[in-house]
Design a protein around this ligand. Structure first.
Ligand code: HEC
Length: 112
């Protein structure tokens, strides 16, 4: 009886291991491209599009238009950086996004 119980336990443990590979193993396998949530497009769509619109056309008149903004003389990365750090007017601050993420957002906004 003891033997059968031990055998059953062993099978159970092996089965569990095979069915639940560690999360690290899965992430390592996928490799390659940067995660989607870190592209400029995804960052913009998640953080900015609610107000500035998916294609830079603001959803309301009191929000600065981003369509073509990055191509104007005043539409510099420095200006965007300041806006994200300070949150002008009704805009929230985005000081939790690092410089790389802010630059990616700026690059994406050049598509508008
Ligand atoms: C809750 C709405 C809202 C969200 C979300 C938002 N903004 Fe804004 N943004 C505003 C408003 C309102 C202004 C205008 C503030 C003012 O000048 O009074 C503004 C201004 C700006 C300006 C300044 C433009 C200029 O010429 O001075 C930039 C750049 C900007 N936003 C970029 C962004 C980026 C990039 C994001 C995402 C990371 C973002 N905003 C998210 C509402 C928002």
């Amino acid at each position: 009886m003891k033997t059968i119980a031990a055998l059953f336990l062993t099978l159970l443990l092996c089965g569990c291991d095979a069915l639940n590979p560690s999360p690290e193993a899965v992430i390592t396998k996928s490799g390659g491209d940067a995660p989607l949530e870190q592209t400029g497009k995804a960052l913009y769509e998640r953080n900015c599009a609610n107000c500035h619109g998916l294609d830079g056309i603001s959803v309301t008149n009191d929000v600065t238009q981003m369509k073509g903004w990055a191509h104007t003389p005043t539409g510099t990365f420095g200006k965007l950086d300041t806006a994200m750090m300070q949150g002008p007017g009704g805009m929230p601050r985005f000081d939790t996004l690092n410089t790389e993420a802010r630059m990616k957002i700026y690059e994406h906004m050049k598509n508008f």
